[in-house]
Ligand binder design. Structure first.
Ligand code: 9MR
Length: 356
């Protein structure tokens, strides 16, 4: 099993080189008596560089049709070292007709990311939602076979290019039941999830395979416990699973829970990585963003954070202004809080103090 760092070590090694250069420069200047005190030499000035300093990635969901918007790509290319296609790898996008695969838009995002040293999270291979019409109309063994073929074909196409896959998305019901969500896939048999993971492993043995869901942030919730029990069972029985994605869409109805760190560390203790995969927070309070970053940093196997869009106008919940950049691309207070948290509470050496 190749880990994500080995598969794409550019952000980390670049960050290390930068840190070494910064240290050397500070050393020279200090020797010349030009500076008094280095401002935390390892403090990065972008989300991706600062996360890399902490052995993690900082990513964004990206839409292919925005790659021609230079205001958008300027922020993407400057700040992020991981990318998740927001819709372009979903089932309806990649297999609109049964057996006919289209990868043009997903390939555009992958190529944009990888040519700039960003890693790619794949989203998603098997899901009850965004199924093309032909799949919605299927059931039973024909559907099971079609789902497995989809997993195999898509994971094979992107083999070696995607560091982590959301193999299965949102398979548990909301509320207190702790049950699986009813869907045409679930009705093919309770083992559909592990079958999808085995097919993904066979198609791309180097990718980390994740289970991804929402409302699994509060440790006391039945849904969180149900996912935890499934992952524990998979690990015990040798079903190939490497990571759990917590989407972490926080708002007044589904707020950031005080026990979030317990959730992260409890999943990690099962022997899987944990990734925060779709973060956005209603009104982007700086304190909550800071807490989320610090919770991830406190858990060694919390390997990265992805925000679900770049500017507020890019968000699926644009009316909640939940992201790190304003619609015109300015950094919000939440951005500063995230960057400072990634830098260990230090202020990045961006703007020299003004004098006089
Ligand atoms: O952000 C995505 C939006 O553009 C799509 O219309 C929507 C369709 O289901 O999916 C959104 O992304 C979802 C993600 O794939 C899974 N978790 C919830 C996300 C927000 O709805």
């Amino acid at each position: 099993m190749i880990d994500s760092c080995q598969r794409n070590n550019r952000p980390r090694s670049t960050a290390r080189r930068r840190a070494a250069l910064a240290l050397a420069a500070v050393g020279l200047l200090a020797a010349a008596g030009a500076v008094v005190l280095p401002v935390a030499a390892s403090a990065g000035t972008t989300l991706g560089a600062s996360a890399a300093e902490r052995g993690r990635y900082f990513g964004a969901a990206v839409a292919a049709n925005k790659l021609s918007d230079s205001a958008y790509t300027t922020i993407l290319n400057r700040e992020f070292n991981s990318v998740t296609p927001e819709n372009e790898m979903k089932i309806d996008a990649t297999e609109p007709q049964q057996g006919q695969f289209t990868f043009t838009n997903a390939d555009r995002i992958v190529s944009h990311a990888r040519s700039r040293g960003m890693s790619v999270r794949g989203h998603t291979l098997a899901w009850h939602s965004q199924q093309p019409g032909w799949m919605q109309n299927m059931s039973g063994s024909a559907l099971r076979q079609a789902m497995l073929n989809h997993v195999t074909q898509v994971a094979t196409h992107f083999r070696g290019q995607v560091v982590a896959w959301d193999v299965v998305n949102e398979a548990f019901a909301d509320g207190g039941s702790g049950a699986r969500r009813d869907s045409n896939l679930q009705r093919t048999g309770n083992d559909w999830i592990e079958a999808a993971f085995r097919a993904a492993r066979a198609a791309d043995p180097g990718a980390k395979l994740c289970y991804n869901d929402y409302n699994t942030d509060d440790w006391t919730h039945a849904k969180t416990q149900a996912v935890y029990n499934m992952v524990r069972d998979f690990k015990q029985r040798g079903v190939p699973i490497d990571c759990v994605g917590l989407q972490s869409h926080f708002n007044s109805g589904s707020p950031y829970p005080g026990n979030y760190r317990t959730t992260l560390s409890s999943f990690a203790a099962l022997g899987v990585d944990v990734q925060i995969t779709e973060l956005d927070i209603q009104n982007a309070p700086a304190d909550t963003y800071r807490n989320v970053v610090n919770d991830c940093l406190a858990v060694a196997r919390c390997t990265g954070i992805t925000v679900w869009g770049i500017r507020d106008s890019d968000s699926w919940r644009a009316d909640q202004n939940p992201l790190l950049f304003t619609s015109s691309g300015a950094k919000k207070p939440a951005y500063d809080a995230v960057l400072a948290a990634l830098n260990g509470g230090t202020t990045p050496p961006t703007t020299p103090p003004t004098t006089g």
